[in-house]
Design a protein around this ligand. Structure first.
Ligand code: ZN
Length: 143
């Protein structure tokens, strides 16, 4: 299935996330508080540790890698849509260590903020809802 849906930017929010909190949980809380059902997220900063996922396409499940060290957030890119009627943040993150080596993956709980500056855009026009997709085993947008 292929579809293109036009959305309209309604608001842009910017802020800083609290030191020591969980990155995914904080972004999800903001989106829930602001009632964002369709949106875009980006962020930069640093984490104290990270938990990033890799989806094994054969096994159809996530494998999680924990990086237990301070890392720079080179880029967090994500979107917001609805899953089971509530806002769900889907984000991928690129991180760098003290040698500039890069790691990345699907942002998971357990990624702890050192410092983080974010921007969230709220869109109007269409509600993207995630439902189980047989082909991939993932909860994808039902457009
Ligand atoms: Zn992902």
């Amino acid at each position: 299935m292929m579809a293109v849906i036009e959305v309209e930017r309604k608001s842009v929010y910017m802020g800083r996330l609290p030191h020591g909190s969980d990155l995914l949980d904080e972004l999800t809380k903001i989106c829930t508080d602001l009632e964002i059902e369709c949106g875009r997220i980006e962020a930069i900063g640093a984490v104290q540790k990270a938990c990033i996922g890799y989806y094994d396409q054969k096994l159809r499940k996530y494998k999680f890698n924990t990086l237990d060290t301070g890392l720079e957030i080179l880029k967090l890119a994500g979107n917001v849509s609805l899953k089971d009627g509530v806002p769900m943040v889907h984000a991928h993150i690129t991180l760098a260590d003290d040698k500039g080596r890069v790691f990345g993956g699907h942002l998971s709980q357990g990624t702890i903020i050192f410092a983080c500056e974010y921007m969230i855009e709220k869109f109007d026009g269409h509600a993207f809802r995630r439902i189980y997709d047989e082909e991939t085993g993932l909860a994808l947008w039902n457009m």
